[in-house]
Design a binder for this molecule. Structure first.
Ligand SMILES: [Zn+2]
Length: 190
């Protein structure tokens, strides 16, 4: 079975690249040396390579709903380990975004069976409601990213293999296309 829309755009993609550089895919098959490990939300509007105009081979990407760092997530942990130990990435980027449905659903306590366990993880990164009633959805998304940066820095795999690797949080603004670079509490204190 063939998906016509994707098949057509894939052929366009191949043609465009080969016109510019006929040996492009011969180079690509030799291996990957990405500079960045990126943890992004799964949201279809926030593809990390698309919003930064990065070509293939520059970003090693892990995605989940609301860009969560979890020690007990085997998929994330394996990706982080592989990125640090074998690909020797130079920087880790944690990319959240405005209008994040995961953050909003966690904040409002969505009870759907297949969402709830993951939303509970997201909820753990948000402030208590009593203190945070006046927080905007944008501010909650920002707090979530900053918390994931902290979680990453204390992740056992990062502690073992991440020496000298910067961890940078950012918020992609869906409404403008701009990336806002976030400061963690550690950086603010400096
Ligand atoms: Zn999201």
């Amino acid at each position: 079975m063939r998906e016509e829309v994707l098949d057509k755009s894939n052929k366009n993609f191949m043609r465009r690249i080969k016109e510019k550089n006929p040996t492009y895919f011969d180079e690509l098959r030799k291996g990957q040396h990405p500079d960045y490990f990126v943890l992004s939300c799964s949201d279809s509007r926030v593809s990390p390579t698309a919003i930064t105009d990065m070509p293939l081979g520059r970003m090693f990407v892990h995605r989940n709903i609301a860009n969560q760092v979890r020690r007990d997530d085997d998929s994330f942990t394996a990706g982080l380990y592989y990125g640090l130990k074998h690909l020797e990435v130079k920087k880790i980027i944690i990319e959240g975004h405005t209008f994040c449905g995961g953050v909003i659903a966690a904040w409002h306590g969505n009870e759907e069976e297949h969402l709830k366990p993951w939303l509970n993880h997201i909820r753990d990164s948000l402030p208590e409601k009593e203190e945070g009633n006046c927080l905007s959805e944008e501010e909650l998304a920002r707090i979530n990213v900053i918390r994931q940066v902290e979680n990453l820095k204390t992740h056992p795999v990062f502690k073992q293999y991440g020496e000298g690797v910067d961890v940078i949080g950012c918020l992609f603004h869906v409404e403008s296309g701009e990336i806002e670079w976030l400061e963690t509490d550690d950086e603010r204190r400096l």
